[in-house]
Ligand binder design. Structure first.
Ligand SMILES: Cc1ncc(COP(=O)(O)O)c(C=O)c1O
Length: 379
């Protein structure tokens, strides 16, 4: 079945007890057993819950994967994947990643014994040179947060898979979503999501997910999901499941609005540099057009007036709300260096304080442009 059909039906079926067409929110922590140890598929909701199972099945289908596992947040999903490694192992990561991912790597997992090297993942020579015999995992974000860099998933997966250590290739597909980009088809071993973003789509839930094909990895990750216990509740799973039903429609409009705004911003006298994967000025535009169905809904830009201008614009938009996060129906604006990426301050991957990030929502594009224009006029 096609993506739009899967997003509405995969993993779901009318509730067998009532016929409810929409997956019920199974708000229960435990399940009746017919005899000691004889249950009907569910025994305790940390281990499994029918609403969660529906979401996991749906996300697996959308990514072309064999299994899905839902977590309490994108960070919990990332943490579960990194727990597949052992102290002493090396991770190669892109040098532009979500600030919370960098914080988890550097402040939680490095002290625990993992080693991390950050490279410009769009530069294959640089990535190849940084692979080590003890590299067990390659962590890719594409497009990256917040610079919207694009790396070649297929080329990097090919490189990693012939490397002696056979590192796992993991792609954080949060910005693109499976509607735009399907990393499993390009050779990734695992795909991670913050379902808080486009998959949920309405800024009303925090969640995460991991999907993959290898059932040995499924067993190890499902063990971690249950043993560590960073699971989402049934209401949260329901919200993501509902959001996903309109993902294709939403991503089309997010991208149409963002492409129009990117064109207009690129020619604006206050903008020094614009970052949008499908824009002709983007260094990996050709790769983005090959790898992604459209340019997505995120735009970043550096303003000529640097940090003061960035802060002023972010504080003077009226429709774009000044807030962290992204991927909801409403437009958001933020200054990553001071907000989502504050944890990278003074690090080798610190973000330009003059950078502004936009999550372009589904409002009418003329209203969005009018809002940006009036805010930019102030600088
Ligand atoms: C690309 C990316 N990955 C992961 C995360 C973490 O997700 P969560 O906030 O759901 O823990 C975020 C959050 O902003 C993100 O932007």
């Amino acid at each position: 079945m096609k993506f739009e059909t899967l997003s509405i039906h995969a993993g779901q079926r009318p509730d067998p007890s009532s016929g409810a067409v929409m997956t019920p929110i199974y708000q229960t922590s435990t399940y009746l057993q017919d005899g000691v140890g004889r249950h009907r598929g569910y025994e305790y909701s940390r281990t499994g819950n029918p609403t969660r199972a529906a979401l996991e099945g749906c996300l697996a289908a959308l990514e072309g994967a064999a299994f899905g596992l839902a977590f309490a947040s994108g960070m919990a999903a990332t943490d579960a994947v990194l727990r597949l490694l052992s102290p002493g192992d090396h991770v190669l990561a892109g040098n532009d990643v979500y600030g919370g991912t960098y914080r988890l790597f550097e402040r939680v997992l490095r002290p625990y014994g993992l080693d991390f090297t950050y490279v410009d993942a769009s530069d294959l020579a640089q990535a190849t040179a940084a692979l080590r015999p003890d590299t067990r995992l390659v962590w890719l974000e594409t497009p990256t947060n917040p610079l919207l860099g694009v790396c070649d998933i297929a080329a990097l997966a090919d490189l990693a898979h012939v490397h002696p250590g056979r590192p796992l290739v993991v792609v954080d597909n949060t910005f693109a979503t499976p509607y735009l980009q399907r990393p499993m088809e390009l050779g990734a071993d695992l795909v991670v999501h913050s379902t808080t973003k486009y998959l949920g789509g309405h800024s009303d839930v925090v969640g995460g997910a991991v999907v993959g094909k290898d059932m040995d990895l499924q067993a190890r990750l499902a063990f971690l999901q249950n043993a560590v216990g960073a699971v989402p509740g049934p209401m949260d799973c329901f919200l993501v499941l509902r959001g996903v039903k309109t993902l294709a429609l939403r991503m089309e409009r997010h991208a149409a609005n963002a492409a129009t705004l990117a064109d207009r911003l690129a020619g604006h006298p206050s903008v020094a540099r614009l970052m949008y994967p499908y824009h002709p000025s983007h260094p990996q535009q050709a790769l983005a057009r090959r790898q992604m169905r459209n340019g997505g809904g995120m735009i970043s830009m550096v303003l000529k007036g640097r940090e003061p201008a960035a802060r002023r614009v972010a504080e003077t938009t009226r429709l774009f709300a000044l807030a962290e996060s992204l991927g909801g129906v409403e437009s958001l604006i933020e200054v990553p260096a001071a907000m989502t990426h504050a944890s990278t301050m003074n690090s080798p991957i610190a973000v330009d304080p003059g950078l502004v990030r936009l999550s372009v929502g589904l409002e009418h594009v003329d209203d969005l442009w009018e809002d940006l224009e009036q805010a930019l006029r102030g600088v």
